[in-house]
Design a protein around this ligand. Structure first.
Ligand code: SF4
Length: 378
């Protein structure tokens, strides 16, 4: 006992020095977040718990209220807002090297990109996948076979389920099946955070790492850009529930993340104040030890920058020489108007820096920076 408490106080003082920023480059491997070994959570489920998960998954498929859209459809017969039925539609399955170093490691993250989505982000950075139903229809059992291939042939560090919010029952069934086939690597749930609490509950015991985005803060912004005015309220609830399950991000000594929450925020051009609200809320309501990736790679995509569908500038108006309020000819104004003009540019580094500064000032200290020393973020 004496030895243990002495070690605890040593660990606490190391943790405090990490918080003061003296060890930023090695934040991931701070002692309190190091694991000797790790067994994925799905390996620890009893047969009874597995049977309950299976029956809940099928019940949700027959009456789908598994995301905040609450469609209530039988997905064996028809589709709801996400446009996906009882099979999943998978666009790409591959070892992926575009993730945080601690997720992709040396061998890649075994990524499964699902088609369809329950949000309608106008700036979707993956719109060719998420806004369309492109891909292969797979049953949960076929999906499980792919996890095994990624593990055994690809040698990946984890299975990374990308945009899975609308296929949670199928994902739950696939993980249980893959366990029987010999899956041993952790499961990552890579989500927009537009998840219901029922979804997160179904995933309890199946997912090891939650990788939620927190996109925007204001209801007006989320209605315009995500087509969901309740986005931030839902995200706050679901991120808290994820953190309650798996806690802060932990690693084994090789620098690979095994369990916990890794939160992403993509800074949007002109919306840095919303980013500041988000990081402050996370610090005050989730954990000061939350591992956060403040992302700077926003670029206009999907519907952003497309020509606006508007009466202004219609060919017949131009032909008639109509003048719009403000004195501009219809054609001149119409030519200049694009959709979602306010985000039709790349984000500036000073906008990103201001969100990072707010995060640090709020007490957050574990950031997913590129490592100065190796490919791992240690
Ligand atoms: S997962 Fe799809 S069908 Fe189910 S509630 Fe959400 S949008 Fe509707």
């Amino acid at each position: 006992m004496v030895l243990r408490s002495a070690r605890c106080s040593q660990i606490n003082s190391v943790a405090q020095s990490f918080r003061r920023g003296q060890h930023r480059a090695k934040s991931a491997l701070a002692p309190q977040f190091l694991l000797d070994t790790y067994i994925p959570r799905y390996q620890l489920l009893t047969a009874q718990q597995e049977a309950r998960k299976r029956s809940e998954a099928y019940a949700h498929l027959r009456n789908c209220n598994l995301c905040p859209r609450l469609c209530g459809v039988n997905r064996f017969e028809r589709t709801g807002t996400c446009l996906i039925g009882s099979d999943v539609v998978v666009n790409t399955v591959a070892p992926h090297f575009g993730e945080e170093p601690t997720i992709q490691g040396r061998n890649g993250s075994g990524s499964v990109f699902f088609s369809g989505c329950n949000l309608r982000c106008v700036f979707c950075q993956n719109h060719d996948i998420a806004h369309q139903k492109n891909g292969f229809h797979l049953s949960p059992e076929e999906l499980a076979d792919w996890y095994i291939k990624l593990q055994d042939v690809g040698g990946v560090h984890n299975i990374n389920l990308v945009t899975p919010e609308h296929v949670v029952p199928q994902v739950a069934l696939s993980i249980l099946h893959a366990k029987e086939l010999g899956l041993k690597v952790p499961i990552i749930y890579n989500t927009s955070s537009f998840d219901s609490l029922a979804s997160i509950e179904l995933l309890d015991g199946l997912v090891d790492i939650y990788l939620p985005d927190f996109k925007v803060w204001n209801a007006k912004t989320s209605q315009r850009l995500l087509k969901a005015d309740d986005y931030a309220t839902v995200a706050m609830e679901s991120i808290k529930a994820m953190h309650d399950q798996v806690g802060d991000l932990c690693f084994t000594s090789d620098g690979i993340a095994k369990k916990g929450v890794l939160l992403r925020h993509l800074v949007m051009p002109g919306f840095e104040e919303e980013g500041k609200h988000i990081v402050r809320w996370l610090s005050e309501n989730v954990s000061k030890d939350l591992y956060v990736h403040i992302m700077d790679q926003y670029h206009p995509r999907a519907h952003v920058g497309k020509e606006k569908r508007s009466r202004i500038g219609r060919a017949e108006d131009v032909a008639e020489g109509m003048v719009e309020p403000g004195g501009q000819a219809a054609g001149e104004q119409g030519k200049k108007q694009v959709r979602y003009e306010e985000i039709n540019r790349a984000v500036k580094m000073d906008e990103v820096d201001s969100v990072k500064k707010a995060a640090e000032e709020s007490g957050l200290w574990r950031f997913a920076d590129a490592s100065e020393h190796s490919i791992f973020s240690i």
